[in-house]
Design a protein. Structure first.
Length: 302
């Protein structure tokens, strides 16, 4: 078995290379299907892991015309090249990371570097569809130093920070309910000097390191049972309010759909061909689905 599945090559259409044995149907072995959207304007490729021929949620449903917004017109994305990856791992749920990232109530106190790249008195966010846009009106001297920055958070767990000298892709990767990775991919403008590139990247690394400890302590409060829900500022904390509401609604809607059909729904799960063996396996999986007898199982993995 290990030898048969050690290596597998697939064509661009997803079909497999020659089967490992005469009894294996090559047409039945395919790469996991996915849909994608390529942004001509900013060069990103967005992957939708829904295995259906027509995804339940189209790119436009979540992001509309986001990639054509005027705020991206200040950057030439052909000039950016991948530079390095940086990450931090810590004891916090990924949703605490998202909450922290999408509000700046704490910025004046916790992040002394932030006022050098943005005017916190003019900071605001705009929420729609499945993304959050952050705005801070930079002064002309900040723009001249290369701090014209476009920040966008993409639900559920990714964001981009774009500036003339670099852009950063951030992902919050959950490892368990109380441990996650903050992962960053840095891209450098090929025309930028070492000084300009290092200035902005080191600044962001300091800010993210400060956030790590804020989130770790917030998680400690949750674990200790001393964290309680309270009223949030409708403007300064609009980002977390939108994030929490969106995630809550998605979880509730997904759970409702599973209750209606009587089994777990995994949009990204590859469907095996209906052979006699697979039919028996599917029946066993449905029998032991557990959505009606293990309600807590779903909650602990988010």
């Amino acid at each position: 078995m290990a030898q048969s599945f050690l290596k597998r090559y697939f064509g661009l259409g997803g079909s497999a290379a020659p089967a490992p044995s005469p009894v294996t149907e090559k047409s039945a072995v395919r790469a996991l299907p996915a849909s994608w959207y390529t942004s001509v304007e900013i060069g990103f490729i967005w992957i939708n892991m829904d295995g259906a021929k027509t995804p339940e949620i189209a790119w436009e449903d979540d992001f509309d015309n986001l990639d054509t917004h005027e705020r991206f017109s200040h950057y030439n994305f052909d000039d950016y090249q991948f530079d390095h990856v940086w990450q931090m791992e810590g004891d916090y749920n990924w949703k605490i990371l998202a909450d922290n990232y999408n509000e700046c109530y704490h910025c004046k106190v916790a992040h002394p570097d932030i006022p050098t790249i943005a005017d916190l008195n003019s900071y605001w966010v705009e929420t729609q569809k499945s993304y959050i846009q952050h705005f801070g009106a930079q002064r002309q001297d900040q723009i001249d130093r290369g701090f014209r920055i476009a920040v966008t958070y993409y639900l559920p767990n990714a964001s981009t920070n774009i500036s003339p000298h670099f852009f950063m892709i951030q992902r919050f990767v959950p490892l368990s309910p109380t441990r996650s990775i903050m992962r960053y991919e840095f891209f450098r403008n090929k025309n930028s000097s070492d000084e300009d590139f290092n200035l902005i990247t080191e600044l962001y690394k300091r800010v993210m390191s400060e956030d790590k400890y804020l989130c770790a302590n917030a998680q400690k409060n949750v674990n200790a049972g001393v964290f309680i829900n309270g009223e949030m500022h409708p403007e300064m904390e609009q980002g977390p309010l939108f994030f929490q509401q969106s995630i809550r609604e998605q979880l509730q809607n997904h759970h409702k759909k599973e209750q209606e059909v009587g089994h777990e729904i995994w949009p990204a799960q590859q469907e095996a061909p209906q052979t006699t063996i697979n039919s028996k396996a599917t029946s066993s999986a449905n029998y032991s689905s557990g959505i009606d007898i293990r309600p807590a199982h779903k909650a602990i993995v988010v």
